[in-house]
Design a protein around this ligand. Structure first.
Ligand code: MLT
Length: 259
């Protein structure tokens, strides 16, 4: 058994629900979901390698590194029943790796503002350039580049506290971990071939104005997964768990059987 190296929150009791955060964020992005889910579930929210309170991995990583970390964490916690796994954006890419590498450990899947496709060659190149810029210039470089894409134009205007919280979360992350994650996302495989074989109850959530994982991509992904439900959040941008927590919570509650 591999010992887990990542930091995590473990709260509540009942069915295990694992929440995987996006890039370049931490488990704090789930602060608006955890109290509700923990009413009747055991919520496990890790910080992925190098983010938040988790130490960075030596050398290069992949989405499978994040998935193996989650599996090791579940081992440490004595959880061998299949878990409900929710991944937001990069956390969704890690959830696909978990599905690929540990299919028997997955009992339900929520894909939130994420996509199954791999990067295009141009996107891959952009990630490599951004990794170099972050290593040279610090986390602020990515925070500045991403804040406008995380939230809808409306939320950027009207939800200053959420904008500040998301920006500060990004700015606090280690440049080395950000660079590692960028390169790992660039190298992630296409998960589209997995979709038709997903046998667990699956929920797709997407913000209507998401520019990173678009409405159209999410609809196609949901349509390719047998029996998947999709919840489209009108007006919301990419970071729906923070921008539109009530709608996300309602969808997740139903997904885990709380509603
Ligand atoms: C995320 O929100 O996790 C990332 O923006 C995903 C990506 O860059 O592909």
């Amino acid at each position: 058994m591999t010992r887990a190296v990542i930091d995590y929150l473990d709260t509540g009791a009942g069915r295990p629900v694992v929440l995987l955060h996006g890039f370049p964020l931490t488990r704090e992005m789930w602060n608006r979901q955890i109290p509700l889910l923990a009413q009747r579930c055991r919520v496990i929210a890790p910080d992925l390698r190098g983010f938040g309170a988790s130490p960075a991995a030596p050398g290069a990583i992949s989405m499978s590194t994040y998935a193996a970390d989650v599996a090791a964490l579940l081992d440490d916690l004595g959880i061998d029943e299949p878990v409900a796994l929710a991944g937001f954006s990069m956390g969704g890419y890690a959830a696909f790796a978990f599905l690929r590498d540990f299919p028997a450990r997955l009992g339900a899947l929520a894909l939130i503002d994420t996509k199954a496709t791999a990067d295009t060659p141009a996107a891959r190149q952009g990630r490599g350039e951004m990794a170099d810029r972050v290593v040279a210039g610090g986390a602020e470089v990515i925070a500045d580049a991403m804040i406008g894409k995380l939230l809808s134009a409306q939320a950027l205007e009207a939800q200053q506290a959420v904008k500040d919280e998301a920006y500060a979360m990004m700015q606090r992350q280690s440049p080395a971990a950000i660079a590692q994650a960028l390169l790992a996302m660039a190298e992630r495989p296409d998960s589209t071939p997995l979709l038709s074989g997903i046998e667990v109850p699956t929920l797709v959530i997407v913000g209507e104005k998401d520019e990173i994982a678009t409405l159209e991509e999410s609809r196609q992904m949901a349509a390719a997964i047998p029996g998947a439900a999709i919840v489209e959040i009108g007006g919301a941008g990419h970071l729906t768990p923070m921008e539109a927590p009530q709608q996300v919570n309602a969808a997740l509650a139903e997904w885990v059987g709380l509603a």
